[in-house]
Design a protein around this ligand. Structure first.
Ligand SMILES: [Zn+2]
Length: 299
């Protein structure tokens, strides 16, 4: 969704997300999120409306594949209501104690903001489905991942914010054509009589961070400035609903939280590998990767 946003959680793996907690049990760690609520009736209504719109239908077709579902009704379980719309992805890394091989799985929950008009719920659903059905292009345990790279991926990468907003706006256009109701959320991104979406304007707006610009560039961007060329001190237009801040700032907090969790997990894994005295080749590879990560990303 737009000005109340949605992402944070993210799209990614990760989810990260504020308030994330960790489970750890012998060789297993997890990025984990909470707020659990029963599936609401409005979710069924929103799914039905979305499936009747061309742009919505193609999102749902992708979702059916992503969740191995036979029909739209089976997608109800993916959605929950929450305070804000966002996608939580839980990454579980599990180390097989016999072989030392690591297995990763990703579990996704989509939260939709409760108490909003049905057309807004439909647009939020479209937006979050883009995040939820795309595998992240980054790895939280990548020793070379930086806040700047993470922000750039989250905004412009496949399944990122720009793509999610474009999907949302396409659904908004279909909704207006079919029901004669325009939510207004995408109005400033529509051009040529409302028939085309101005992708560049959306991109630019994501990087408007107003008063945060100087401190952000000085303290966090540094020599990576060329990777965020659109960063601007113009007044923010798009805010993350979970971060209550312009996206680059909210994503920075998200990255810090993500890194904190990944570092905790890696320290526990290193202790486990040391305790087992690194018996197999796979374990020694895992041990090396864990040490590389801890050295470059953790304090
Ligand atoms: Zn989003």
């Amino acid at each position: 969704m737009i000005s109340g946003r949605s992402r944070f959680g993210l799209a990614g793996i990760a989810a990260f997300v504020a308030g994330a907690s960790i489970l750890f049990a012998k060789g297993m760690d997890v990025f984990f999120n909470n707020n659990i609520e029963p599936v609401p009736a409005q979710v069924g209504e929103a799914l039905e409306i979305l499936s009747g719109l061309p742009a919505g239908r193609s999102l749902l077709d992708k979702a059916l594949g992503a969740w191995n579902a036979n029909n739209v009704n089976e997608l109800h379980k993916v959605f929950k209501l929450g305070h804000v719309s966002h996608t939580d992805a839980v990454l579980v890394r599990q180390l097989d104690p016999r072989t030392g091989r690591e297995v990763r799985t990703r579990k996704v929950n989509v939260y939709l903001k409760a108490g909003q008009p049905i057309e807004s719920l439909v647009l939020d659903m479209a937006h979050e489905l883009v995040h939820a059905t795309t595998q992240p292009v980054w790895d939280p345990y990548d020793p070379t991942l930086t806040a700047v790279k993470y922000i750039s991926f989250a905004i412009e990468g496949v399944g990122g914010e720009v793509e999610a907003m474009i999907a949302e706006c396409k659904v908004s256009m279909d909704f207006a054509r079919k029901y004669g109701i325009s939510s207004g959320r995408c109005s400033e991104y529509l051009v040529r009589g409302g028939e085309t979406i101005d992708r560049e304007k959306i991109r630019r707006d994501f990087y408007k961070i107003g008063k945060w610009k100087d401190g952000f560039v000085r303290n966090f961007v540094g020599h990576e400035a060329s990777q965020l060329p659109l960063l601007s001190s113009q007044p923010p237009k798009l805010y993350s609903s979970t971060g209550q801040a312009p996206y680059p700032i909210a994503l920075l907090y998200e990255f810090e939280e993500l890194t904190r969790i990944a570092c905790d997990n890696s320290k526990k894994r290193r202790a486990l590998l040391v305790e087992r005295s690194v018996a197999s080749v796979h374990e020694s590879v895992s041990h090396r990767a864990t040490n590389d990560f801890l050295k470059s990303r953790c304090r």
